[in-house]
Write a protein that binds this ligand. Structure first.
Ligand SMILES: Cc1ncc(COP(=O)(O)O)c(C=O)c1O
Length: 497
C-alpha cells in the first residue's frame, strides 16, 4: 500500500491549501538584520559600561514579575529593554573586571559572535558526514588542546558543556576501560579531600556506590598526600577492594592547589590504575611560561578535564575532556546504532557521537576557534601569565599588611587570606572576616568570596578574567588594607576596654 493510500488527504488539507500559520517564525533576511541591528546598541552599552558596572548586582535588583513566558507576542525593543534592565543586571557580574570570585574567565565577546554564526548555520556536529568541515574545525581545536597538554597523536578529546560533563565522561571511560572486570561493589576511586563535588556526582552517575570514594587527606596547601594515597591503595588491596581510579586535581576550587601530578602518576602506573586529572581550572595555565613547570606532568595522566570557560576566557558552556588513548574513549561510547549508517573512523573523519553520550550537540568548536584564529595563541599565553603574576603580586602585598594572614598563597591565580589578630577567638575571627568580606563586596568595585581553609574562614581572591588587570587587583588590595586597619584598631580598642 502506498503512503497516500494509508492516509488519504482530508478535504481542505491538500498540499496547496495547508494552513500557513506560524510562518512568522521564518524571518526574512531583512528582519534578521533588523533584530541584530536592534540588539547591537544594547550590547554596545553593556560592553562600554563594564568598568563602571557593579561586580555584584544584588539578588533583589529589578522587577522580575514580567518574565514568565507569555502567549502574546512582544516586540524586540521592549523585550531587549526588559532583558537588559531586569535580567542582565542581577546577581554576580561575571563579566566585570572586579569579579574575583569563583572561576570567572570573563567570556570573550569574540566567542559570542562565533555562537551567533554557529546558531544561525545550525550545523549538526555529531557526525562527520553531516558537517565535515565544521567537525574538522572542531577537531583542530581539540588537537591544539591535546598538544598543549603534551599528549601523543593517539589522544582524542571532546568539547563538552563544562568540567562536570568532562569529569562524568572521564570516570565513565575509566570504568569501561576495565572491560567488565570491575566489581562495582568493591571498586575504589581515590580523590583528595579537596576534590570538586562534580567528581562525586560523576561517580554516582557511573554507578559507583558512595563507599567507592576513598578520600585522601591534603597537606596545608591543599594538595593530596601522595604517601597516604599509596598507603590507602595497599590497605584496600589487602582487604579485597578493587582500586580502579585516582583523581588528581590541578587547581582545586578553594585554594587553586595543584596536586603533585608526577608523584601520583608514578603510583597510578605502578598500581596500573586509571589516573584522571581534574584540571578544569588549572589546565590552560600550561600555556603560560611560569605555569608550565607546575603542570609539566599532566601528560602522564590517562584523562584530563580542562575548562575553556575558566582559564581560556570563553563564555560559560565550554568544557573539554582529553583521553590519552583515544581508542578507550571511543570504546566506552561506541554503540552500534543502525540508523546512523556507517560511522567514520579514519584520520580527521571523526564522528563525535561515537565518543560521547551527546548526539545533537552545539558546534562548540567555533567559539574557541574564532578567537584563536583572530588573535593567535600568544595573547592567551600573555593573559594567563599576567593572571599568575597578578596573584603573586597580590600575595606579596597582602603578606606585607600587618593584620592580614595568607591562609593559602597562590600556586596559580587563586589565594586565600584572612584578617588576623593574636588573642581573638576562632569565632571572633570568623565573624570579623565575614564582616570584612561583606564590606568589601558591598562597595561593588570588586567581588571576592568566602571559603574555609582547614577549618578557618578565609577570603578567596581569584584573578582569572581577561578583563582583570593590575588596577583592579590594586583596588581590591587597597580596600582590604584600609578595612583591615580599621578592624585591627577596632579590635585593639575592644581588647583595651
Ligand atoms: C576543579 C573543578 N572541577 C570541576 C568543576 C566543574 O566545572 P563546571 O562548572 O564547568 O561544570 C569546577 C568548577 O568550578 C572545578 O573548580
Amino acid at each position: 500500500m502506498k503512503p497516500s493510500d494509508q492516509n488519504p488527504p482530508q478535504a481542505g488539507t491538500t498540499p496547496g491549501s495547508l494552513p500557513q500559520q506560524g510562518s512568522e517564525l521564518e524571518l526574512s533576511t531583512i528582519q534578521v538584520k533588523q533584530i541584530i541591528h536592534d540588539t547591537i546598541p544594547y550590547l554596545e552599552q553593556f560592553l562600554s559600561s563594564i568598568n563602571e558596572q557593579d561586580s555584584c548586582q544584588g539578588v533583589d535588583s529589578g522587577d522580575r514579575s514580567g518574565l514568565a513566558v507569555s502567549h502574546a507576542p512582544a516586540d524586540i525593543n521592549s523585550t531587549l529593554d526588559q532583558l537588559f534592565s531586569t535580567v542582565v543586571p542581577s546577581g554576580y557580574n561575571t563579566t566585570s573586571p572586579g569579579f574575583m570570585g569563583f572561576f570567572g574567565g570573563g567570556g570573550l565577546p569574540q566567542a559570542a559572535i562565533a555562537d551567533l554564526i554557529a546558531g544561525v548555520v545550525n550545523r549538526f556536529t555529531g557526525r562527520w558526514a553531516s558537517a565535515p568541515s565544521a567537525v574538522e574545525l572542531e577537531l583542530s581545536v581539540i588537537r591544539w588542546i591535546t598538544q598543549m597538554a603534551g599528549y601523543p597523536a593517539t589522544a582524542m578529546g571532546l568539547l563538552t558543556s563544562g568540567g562536570s560533563q568532562s569529569n562524568l565522561i572521564a570516570l565513565f571511560t575509566a570504568r569501561e576501560s576495565y572491560a567488565g572486570k570491575l566489581d562495582m561493589g568493591k571498586a575504589r576511586i581515590y580523590v583528595s579531600d579537596q576534590v570538586h563535588f562534580s567528581i562525586r556526582i560523576a561517580a554516582k552517575m557511573c554507578g559507583f556506590p558512595p563507599h567507592a570514594i576513598r578520600e585522601v587527606e591534603t597537606c596545608a596547601l591543599g594538595t593530596m598526600q601522595s604517601s597516604q594515597l599509596h598507603q590507602f591503595i595497599d590497605e584496600d588491596k589487602k582487604k579485597g577492594w578493587q582500586p580502579a581510579c585516582i583523581v588528581a586535581t590541578a587547581g582545586t576550587f578553594i585554594t587553586g592547589a595543584v596536586d603533585d601530578i608526577g608523584a601520583i602518576a608514578a603510583i597510578a602506573q605502578q598500581e596500573q590504575l586509571w589516573l584522571h586529572l581534574d584540571a578544569a581550572y588549572g589546565g590552560f595555565f600550561n600555556l603560560a611560561e611560569s605555569g608550565k613547570p607546575i603542570l609539566a606532568a599532566m601528560s602522564e595522566c590517562d584523562s584530563i578535564t580542562l575548562d575553556p570557560h575558566k582559564s581560556l576566557f570563553m563564555p560559560y558552556g565550554t568544557g573539554a575532556l582529553l583521553v590519552k588513548d583515544g581508542a578507550k574513549l571511543k570504546h566506552a561510547h561506541d554503540i552500534d546504532a543502525d540508523f546512523y549508517g556507517p560511522l567514520q573512523d579514519q584520520g580527521e573523519r571523526v564522528d563525535f557521537c561515537s565518543y560521547t553520550f551527546e548526539q545533537s550537540r552545539p558546534w562548540r568548536g567555533l567559539r574557541i576557534w574564532l578567537p584563536l584564529k583572530l588573535h593567535g595563541v600568544a595573547p592567551f599565553q600573555a593573559m594567563l601569565e599576567e593572571k599568575l603574576q597578578l596573584a603573586r603580586y597580590a600575595a606579596r602585598h597582602l603578606a606585607g599588611i600587618a593584620a592580614i594572614e595568607l591562609l593559602a598563597p597562590p600556586t596559580l591565580s587563586v589565594l586565600v587570606f584572612r584578617f588576623y589578630q593574636p588573642g581573638l577567638s576562632h569565632q571572633q575571627l570568623t565573624s570579623l572576616n565575614k564582616r570584612l568580606l561583606e564590606t568589601i563586596n558591598s562597595r561593588n568595585a570588586v567581588f571576592l568570596m568566602g571559603t574555609q581553609v582547614k577549618g578557618n574562614f578565609g577570603i578567596r581572591l581569584c584573578v582569572l578574567s581577561f578583563r582583570t588587570h593590575l588596577s583592579h587587583v590594586q583596588t581590591a588590595l587597597d580596600e582590604i588594607e584600609r578595612l583591615a586597619v580599621e578592624l585591627r584598631d577596632e579590635s585593639s580598642m575592644q581588647a583595651g576596654a
